[in-house]
Design a protein around this ligand. Structure first.
Ligand code: RAM
Length: 908
C-alpha cells in the first residue's frame, strides 16, 4: 500500500482498504469494496472523480486487467464496489485508485488483495483428529502428571505431515481452520500471527478459515506441516454455565488445512489434511479459555515440527498414530472477514513483590486481556510453576479471584530436563492485571511480560485534555475495548462468561467506532447476530448464540440487531451493512409488533434486563416501548437509504404509531415520563419520542433529576451512553461536564480513586464503605459504562458528524470546553483525518480544525464575541473557505470546506 495521511501538495489517496481491511489475504467476497482516504495540503481541495483499476498480480495472467471502473464523477465517493470479471480463487490482485480534484490535479495510490478458496467445492482436505481410544498405547501417563487438576479437559493434539517437494515453490498459501483452536507450523516456524484462530463463530452454521503466505518457509526436499489443536470455544468451557464437551458445539478438536504450492513452471501441489497425517497427544496437557493451560515439558519432543528431528524425537514420532478422518464437509467454511486476534503489544512488569504467603506477585500496572510470558529459571525435572491471574488484590494484598467465578484462569508449567524454560500459553487468555506465580525460588521483573491480545482492529482515534483524570478515563475506556474485542465483542474477559452480549455492544458501539476502525470486526459479528435470529424474527441476547443463555432478545439487547447496522452505516457510509441486515431488522420489528399489537412492548420481552444495573430503575414497559419505536424508526431509515420506499413508509408509520402509544401511555401533559428517572427521559429525548412542545419540559426535568442526584448519574447500561449527549443537546453541557468530572461514587472517575485502569461493570464495584460488590457479578473490565467515550470526542473535543451525515461527509465541530483549558481529538474517518484541538488561555479561545478532502464542516466557535472571531489572522467572514452561518448567543456558527483552520476568539 502506498500513500500516507500527511498533507501533500495535491489530493493524495492513502489508507487503501478492501472490504475494510488493509491488504487482506484470503477474501471470498465476489464484489469487495475498494476504498481509500484522502489527504491534501490545500484548503478547499475536493475530489471530483475517481478511477479504479484492478489487475491480476503474479502467475500466468500477471498484469491482466480485470476491471477498469472508468472515470467516475462522484465527489462523495470513498470507495467503489468491484464490478469486473469474476474474481478467481487463490489469486492476488493489484489495484490502483486515481482521484482527480476539482481543478484537475490527480493523485494515485496502489494496494492489493488476494482471494481465498472461493466456493466450498474448491476444498479437498478432510477434517482430522486424534484417535482418542488409543490413549493408553502411546500416551501412558508419567508419574505425577495426572495429579494436576485438569478440569476434565484433555490434552491438546499434535498433528504432522511430512512431504517432499522437488523445488522450493514460488508461492505457497496455507488455508486452515479448526473446530477448536489451531496453531500451524511449517518446518518448525509458526505460520502467521493470528491468535485464538479461527475465532468464535456459531460453528454449527459457520466456520471461518484463515489464509497465510508461507512461501518463505518451504524448501526443496523434505518439509513438514504441523499443527496443534485445542478445545477453545468449540469444545472447551464457554460461557457461564461451566459446561463443555458437546454442551455447546463439539466434543473434541479437529483440523482442516490445505497447503497450495505453486512452482516456477506453474505446476501446483496440494498438501491437505487426511488419513496420511500422524497425531499424538502433546505436552499441552490441557488448554482452555476459562480454565487455563498446562505445559508438561517432560513430554516435549523437540523438533517434532521439523523434517529432521533428533533421534529421540524420531523414535517418539514412530509411535504416533494415523489421523482419524472425521468427515470431509466443507459447506460451513467461509473466509474470515475481520482482522484476527493478535498479540498486539507487550507490557513489562511494573513490580514483582511477595504476597503475604510469600508467593511472587507481579503487577503489570494495567488490567488487560492476554497472558503472561515467563522465563522460569532454576528448574528441576517435575517442578511446577503455577500462574494465577486476577484483576485486583484483596485488602490483604493477595490476588482477588472470587469474581472470576468458575474460571480457574491458572496456567501451569511442569519442568522437563532443562533448568530454564520460557512459558507462554497459546490457547487461552485471561483478564488480569496481577499474576501470582508460585513454584519458583526467584523471579525478576525482566522475566515476566504481559502479552496483550485482542482483535487487531486498526486504532483510529486519539483524545487528550487538560484534566489528567478524564484522560485516564479515556484510556480506561480504550482498554475496555481492547480487552473485550476478542474475536467477538464480549462483556468481560476474566470470569466464566465472556459472551457477545448484544446490548453491551450496541451501547458502546459509538465510542468503539471513534477509538478504532471496527467496520470489519462488526461485519463478522453481525453475521452471528443474524445467524442467531429465530425463524420468527427474534434476535438473541448473545451472539454467537450459546445454549444455556436465554435466547429471546430483551429490549435493548435484541434491538442491537437494528441499532448496530444503522450506526455502522452512519460511520462508514457503506450501504452494504444495511443491505445485509435489513431483512433481519424488519423481521425483528415485526416480531415485537406481532406480539404487541397495542404498540406497548410488554410481551415477549425475553429476560427483560431493563436499564441493566441502573441505580434508579426505569419501568420495564417504558424501556421496551422506547426501543420498539427506535428500532422501527431506524429500520425505516435504513430502508430509505436503500431506496426501498414502501418498506420505509411501513416502518416509518409504525414508528410514528409506537411513539404515539408511548406518549399516550407513559407521558403526562406536562412532559413527565413514567418512572421519572434519568433513563426514562434519556430514551424519550434521544429516540425522539416526545411531541416538540414537551421536549423542553422533559429536558428540564432530566436536568433536575441529574442535579438532584448530586449532580450524579443513576442510569444503567441503556441510559449511560445517552446522558452526556442528551444533556448537551438540550443546552446543559455544563451538567454533562459536572457528571464527567465528579469523583465521588457513583461516577466515571470514582473508580480511579481505587486505581482502576479499565471501566468497571458496576458503578460500585468497590467502594470505601463496603469494599467489593458481590463476587457473583463484579467485573472490573466491562465497557458498557464507558459509553461516555463518544462524548469525549464529540462534546469535549468537539469532533463529530452532522446529524444526517453518513461516512463523515458533513462534520459538526462543536467543542464544549466546560471547565477545561484544553482538549484535542483526532479520528481517522473513511474520508481521511479529522482533527480538532482547542485551548483556552489568557482570555483567548483557539480552535484548530482539520477537515478531510471531500468533507465539509459546520464549526461552532464558543465565544462571547462572535463578531470578533478570526481565522488564520483575518476576520472569519473574510477567511477563504469560511462562510458565516450565524452569530448565535455565545458562539459563532460557520461552515468550512476541507483543509486546516485556526480560529481565535475571545474566551468565555
Ligand atoms: C451480565 C453481562 C452483560 C449484561 C447481561 C445482562 O451478566 O455481564 O454485561 O448484558 O448480564
Amino acid at each position: 500500500m502506498t500513500g500516507t495521511g500527511s498533507p501533500s501538495a495535491t489530493l493524495a489517496p492513502y489508507g487503501l482498504r478492501c472490504d475494510h481491511r488493509a491488504e487482506p489475504l484470503g477474501l471470498d467476497a465476489a464484489a469487495p469494496l475498494l476504498s481509500w482516504r484522502l489527504a491534501s495540503g490545500r484548503r478547499g481541495d475536493a475530489p471530483a472523480a475517481y478511477r479504479v483499476r484492478v489487475r491480476v498480480a503474479g502467475g500466468a495472467a500477471d498484469g491482466t486487467e480485470v476491471w477498469d471502473s472508468g472515470q467516475v464523477a462522484d465527489p462523495a465517493a470513498v470507495g467503489a464496489l468491484y464490478a469486473g470479471e469474476p474474481l478467481r480463487p487463490r489469486t492476488r490482485y493489484r489495484w490502483t485508485v486515481t482521484v482527480t480534484a476539482e481543478d484537475g490535479a490527480a493523485g494515485e495510490a496502489e494496494s492489493w488483495f488476494e482471494t481465498g478458496m472461493g466456493a466450498p467445492t474448491g476444498w479437498t482436505a478432510s477434517w482430522i483428529t486424534h484417535d482418542r481410544t488409543a490413549l493408553d498405547v502411546v500416551d501412558a501417563p508419567e508419574e505425577g502428571v495426572l495429579a494436576i487438576p485438569d478440569h476434565g479437559l484433555e490434552p491438546a493434539i499434535r498433528l504432522r505431515r511430512a512431504f517432499e517437494t522437488a523445488a522450493a515453490p514460488v508461492r505457497a498459501r496455507l488455508y486452515v481452520t479448526a473446530k477448536g483452536l489451531y496453531e500451524v507450523r511449517v518446518n518448525g516456524v509458526r505460520a502467521g500471527d493470528a491468535e485464538l484462530a479461527p475465532g468464535w463463530t456459531d460453528y454449527r452454521d459457520r466456520i471461518e478459515y484463515q489464509t497465510y503466505d508461507v512461501t518463505a518457509l518451504l524448501r526443496a526436499g523434505g518439509n513438514v506441516l504441523a499443527a496443534t489443536i485445542a478445545d477453545g470455544w468449540w469444545s472447551g468451557f464457554t460461557g457461564f454455565d461451566a459446561r463443555r464437551s458437546g454442551a455447546h458445539y463439539g466434543t473434541f478438536p479437529e483440523l482442516l488445512a490445505e497447503l497450495h504450492l505453486t512452482h516456477a513452471d506453474g505446476a501446483t501441489e496440494v498438501i491437505a489434511t487426511g488419513a496420511d497425517w500422524l497425531t499424538a497427544r502433546g505436552p499441552v496437557r490441557y488448554a482452555d479459555l476459562l480454565m487455563g493451560e498446562c505445559h508438561d515439558l517432560r513430554r516435549e519432543t523437540p523438533g517434532w515440527d521439523r523434517p529432521d528431528p533428533p533421534a529421540a524425537t524420531a523414535e517418539a514420532l514412530a509411535g504416533w498414530l494415523p489421523a482419524q478422518v472425521t468427515g470431509d464437509g466443507h459447506d460451513l467454511l467461509i473466509a474470515s472477514v475481520a482482522q484476527p486476534v493478535r498479540a498486539v503489544r507487550e507490557l513489562p512488569a511494573v513490580s514483582v513483590t511477595r504476597d503475604p504467603d510469600g508467593r511472587h506477585l507481579v503487577d503489570f500496572g494495567q488490567n488487560f486481556a492476554g497472558r503472561v510470558r515467563l522465563t522460569a529459571r532454576g528448574l528441576a525435572r517435575g517442578d511446577r510453576v503455577v500462574i494465577r491471574h486476577a484483576e485486583t488484590l484483596d485488602d490483604d494484598g493477595r490476588i482477588y479471584t472470587a469474581n472470576l467465578r468458575t474460571a480457574a484462569a491458572t496456567d501451569v508449567l511442569v519442568a522437563g530436563d532443562a533448568a530454564e524454560a520460557v512459558f507462554e500459553p497459546g490457547f487461552t487468555y485471561h483478564g488480569f492485571r496481577y499474576a501470582e506465580v508460585s513454584g519458583l525460588e526467584s523471579l525478576d521483573a525482566a522475566d515476566v511480560t504481559g502479552v496483550v491480545l485482542h482483535s487487531d482492529t486498526p486504532w483510529a482515534g486519539a483524545f487528550a485534555c487538560s484534566d489528567p483524570a478524564v484522560e485516564r478515563l479515556h484510556r480506561n475506556i480504550e482498554w475496555g475495548q481492547r480487552s473485550n474485542f476478542v474475536s467477538v465483542p464480549t462483556d468481560c474477559p476474566q470470569r466464566d462468561e465472556r459472551l457477545g452480549w448484544l446490548a453491551d455492544a450496541q451501547v458502546f458501539l459509538p465510542t468503539a467506532c471513534l477509538n478504532a476502525d471496527v467496520a470489519a470486526f462488526f461485519d463478522g459479528w453481525l453475521r452471528e447476530v443474524r445467524g442467531a435470529q429465530s425463524a420468527d424474527g427474534c434476535f438473541t441476547n448473545v451472539a454467537p448464540r450459546l445454549a444455556g443463555v436465554a435466547d429471546e432478545g430483551a429490549p435493548g439487547w435484541g434491538d442491537a440487531g437494528v441499532l448496530v447496522p444503522w450506526h455502522l452505516y452512519t460511520v462508514y457510509g457503506d450501504e452494504r451493512v444495511l443491505e445485509r441486515n435489513l431483512d433481519a431488522m424488519c423481521a425483528w420489528v415485526d416480531f415485537v409488533h406481532r406480539h404487541n399489537p397495542d404498540l406497548v412492548w410488554s410481551r415477549r420481552v425475553g429476560p427483560h434486563y431493563a436499564d441493566w444495573l441502573a441505580l434508579a430503575p426505569t419501568p420495564r414497559d417504558v424501556v421496551a416501548t422506547a426501543y420498539f419505536a427506535r428500532s422501527a424508526e431506524l429500520t425505516a431509515r435504513a430502508a430509505e437509504v436503500l431506496g426501498r420506499g414502501e418498506t420505509a413508509r411501513r416502518y416509518g408509520s409504525l414508528a410514528e404509531h409506537v411513539r404515539k402509544a408511548f406518549g399516550e401511555r407513559f407521558v403526562t401533559a406536562d412532559g413527565r415520563v413514567e418512572g421519572d428517572t434519568q433513563t426514562a427521559y434519556l430514551l424519550a429525548l434521544a429516540f425522539d419520542l416526545l411531541p416538540a412542545a414537551l421536549v423542553p419540559r422533559a429536558a428540564a426535568r432530566l436536568a433536575e433529576l441529574v442535579e438532584a442526584a448530586g449532580p450524579g448519574v443513576t442510569t444503567g447500561f441503556l441510559g449511560v451512553g445517552l446522558i452526556a449527549p442528551v444533556l448537551d443537546a438540550h443546552g446543559r453541557a455544563d451538567l454533562a461536564h459536572a457528571l464527567l468530572r465528579r469523583t465521588e461514587a457513583p461516577s466515571w472517575l470514582s473508580p480511579l480513586r481505587h486505581g482502576a485502569t479499565t471501566v468497571w461493570e458496576r458503578w460500585d464495584g468497590y467502594t470505601d464503605e463496603r469494599g467489593f460488590q458481590a463476587a457473583a457479578m463484579n467485573s472490573f473490565n466491562h465497557y458498557a459504562l464507558g459509553s461516555v467515550g463518544e462524548w469525549l470526542y464529540q462534546g469535549v473535543a468537539g469532533l463529530g458528524q452532522a446529524p444526517d451525515s453518513a461516512g463523515y461527509r458533513e462534520l459538526l465541530i462543536r467543542p464544549r470546553p466546560g471547565g477545561l483549558t484544553a482538549a484535542s481529538a483526532s479520528y481517522e474517518s473513511v474520508r481521511g483525518t479529522v482533527r480538532t484541538a482547542w485551548t483556552r488561555e489568557d482570555g483567548a479561545f483557539r480552535l484548530q480544525v482539520t477537515v478531510p478532502p471531500g468533507a465539509s464542516a459546520t464549526v461552532v466557535v464558543p465565544t462571547p464575541d462572535p463578531g470578533g472571531v478570526r481565522e488564520g489572522g483575518v476576520p472569519a467572514a473574510e477567511a477563504p473557505g469560511v462562510r458565516i452561518i450565524a452569530a448565535e448567543p455565545g458562539a459563532l456558527r460557520c461552515h468550512v470546506t476541507s483543509g486546516e483552520y485556526r480560529f481565535t476568539a475571545e474566551a468565555h
